[in-house]
Every structure is written in C-alpha cells, then in structure tokens.
Design a protein around this ligand. Structure first.
Ligand code: C2E
Ligand code: CA
Ligand code: CA
Ligand code: CA
Length: 274
C-alpha cells in the first residue's frame, strides 16, 4: 500500500510457500494414514536385544519413505505433531501389549520420541497414562525420549511434568545428550533413568579426541548420577568396543540392525531367538 513499507525477499517467499505446501501435504497424509513406524533394536552388553526405538516414517505416495527430519519441524509448527505423536505413543503401547503375551519378548521396551510441542501440551501426561492403561502394559516398558530443549520452558515446569511421568512408572531417557545447552546442575534435578549419547559424538569417537572425550564424559556423568547410558549410531565393532571399554553397556545402530518395519523386525527377532 501507499503508506506501507514492504520488504520482499524472493528466497524467503519460496521458503514460506514450500512450507505451506508441506503443511498441507502433511495434513492430507495424516487423514489418509500415510504414516508408519519403523523399529530399531537396542542391545545390551551381551548383544541381546533389550528393546527398540520407534521411528516415524511418512510413506509418501510418490516419493516413497520420507524420514522424519524432513517433516517433523513442519509437523511441530502446525501442531500436527500432537495427533501424530499420540498415535506413535498408542501404537508403541499396542506393540508392547503384543510382546507381553510372548515369554521370549516380554522383557522388551519401546522408546518413543517426544517433541517439545507434545510434551508442553497440557494433556500430555494424561495421554501417556491413557495409552498405558488402554493397552494394559507395564509402564516401565515404555521409554520416553526427551530432549534438553524442554528446559527452555523452565526447570520447574519440566521437573514437575517429568515427575508425574516418573510416578506413573514410565522410563525417561534424555535424547541427543550433549547437543543442547543444559547445565549440569539442571541435569541433576531431572528425574531421569538414562542418558543417550548422540550419534554425532559416536561417529568419530575413534578418530576425534574431542568426541572421545565427550563420550567418556557423558558415560562418567551417567555413572556418577546413577543413570543408565546408551550410545546411538554405533556402526562398527571398533566403536562398540571403545564405548564398552569406557563403561557404556547399551547400544543402538546399524552394527546391530537398521530401523525395520514391524514385520521385518519380527523376522529379525525370530532369527535371534533361534
Ligand atoms: P533420533 O531420535 O536421534 O533418532 C536416531 C536417528 O539415527 C534415526 O534417524 C535413526 O534411523 C538413525 N540411526 C540409527 N542408527 C544409525 C547408525 O548406525 N548410523 C546412522 N548414520 N544413523 C543411524 P531417523 O529415523 O531419520 O530419525 C531422525 C529424527 O527424527 C530422530 O532422531 C528423532 O529426533 C525424530 N523422530 C523420529 N521419530 C519421531 C517421532 O515419532 N516423534 C518425534 N517427535 N520425533 C521423531
Ligand atoms: Ca531418539
Ligand atoms: Ca540423535
Ligand atoms: Ca567431530
């Protein structure tokens, strides 16, 4: 208009348009049930499977399987992550109920990623409680993977909400640990069960002295706080052996298994059980 100043940045405009298109695609994908969950095994010190992490995928009609890094940020911005996240949670609990019927599988846990937006939602704790009760599972088998970014909401609210989840009996893991800004004094106050070492530090743990020092520090920190610790992105036996030597007893990564659709995971487990 005549009295308005307007800055037009074509690149910015392209980004806004692309995001709006993605947001519309995501809403349609949700309506049409195009989301899937792959499961990636987590293993203990003896190489036995202790559980899995649930990883969301979008089975796009033209583009095939789309990884969450491409759409989670938009799903967060549009709040679509709320119903999608609830569905992942309910699916994981339903899967746990299936495994609970099988003696050789009832020890398995399922880790579910929780986005900040989801955690912040006032109904989140109730939804977790409902999902557990509805499926009739042991709450400790459900592991919620939270990130340090939750602390941006303030330590008091975060601790209180985590406390309610802990009281319910669910397991709490701090994901991508070391990537955020959380201070050690905060860490001590969070009612956690486990720290998860990000694959960013595992990747070059054998060749980069800084990454090795960070991994060692996280493992030591977990030990002194009485927490469990798991490393993600473990691709080689050398990485596993190094982490084991530093005292890390649990691993997840391509060395053991890629994320698999449930049917393939069941086959993988059957082969392991034989
Ligand atoms: P994340 O929680 O850090 O998950 C680990 C990622 O590392 C997964 O990527 C997994 O496929 C990948 N990965 C596992 N092992 C290896 C390995 O040995 N080498 C390499 N190079 N990569 C490995 P993915 O599946 O693409 O997921 C990306 C991120 O999307 C996840 O990172 C998580 O933050 C988010 N995400 C996934 N599912 C959900 C969900 O249901 N809800 C929410 N809010 N976020 C999710
Ligand atoms: Ca995770
Ligand atoms: Ca990570
Ligand atoms: Ca590095």
């Amino acid at each position: 208009g005549r009295n308005a100043v307007c800055f037009f940045d074509p690149e910015m405009q392209a980004l806004v348009t692309a995001n709006a298109a993605l947001a519309a695609d995501l809403r349609q994908a949700w309506r049409e049930n195009q989301f899937l969950i792959d499961y990636q095994p987590q293993v203990g010190p003896d190489g036995r499977m202790t559980g899995v992490e649930a990883l969301l995928r979008w089975d796009h009609p033209e583009r095939g399987r789309v990884g969450p890094d491409h759409f989670i940020p938009t799903a967060e911005e549009t709040s679509l992550i709320i119903p999608i996240g609830r569905w992942v949670l309910e699916s994981a609990c339903a899967q746990l109920a299936q495994w609970a019927k099988r003696p050789e599988r009832r020890h398995l846990s399922i880790a579910v990623n929780v986005s900040v937006r989801q955690f912040r939602h006032p109904d989140f704790v109730d939804e977790v409680m409902h999902a557990i009760a509805h499926a009739g599972i042991e709450p400790q088998k459900l592991k919620l993977e939270l990130t340090e970014s939750l602390l941006a909401d303030g330590i008091e609210v975060t601790v209180a909400k985590m406390g309610s989840l802990k009281e319910m009996g669910v397991t709490l893991s701090l994901d991508d640990f070391g990537m955020g800004y959380s201070s050690l004094s905060y860490l001590k106050r969070l009612p956690l069960d486990q720290l998860k070492i990000d694959r960013e530090f595992v990747k070059e743990v054998l060749t980069d002295a800084n990454d090795a020092a960070i991994a060692r520090t996280i493992i030591g920190l977990a030990q002194s706080l009485g927490l469990g610790v798991i490393a993600e992105g473990v691709e080689t036996e050398e990485q596993r052996a190094f982490l084991a030597a530093q005292g890390c007893p649990a691993y997840q990564g391509y060395l053991f298994c890629k994320p698999l659709p449930i049917a393939e995971l069941e086959k993988f487990m059957a082969a392991m059980e034989r």
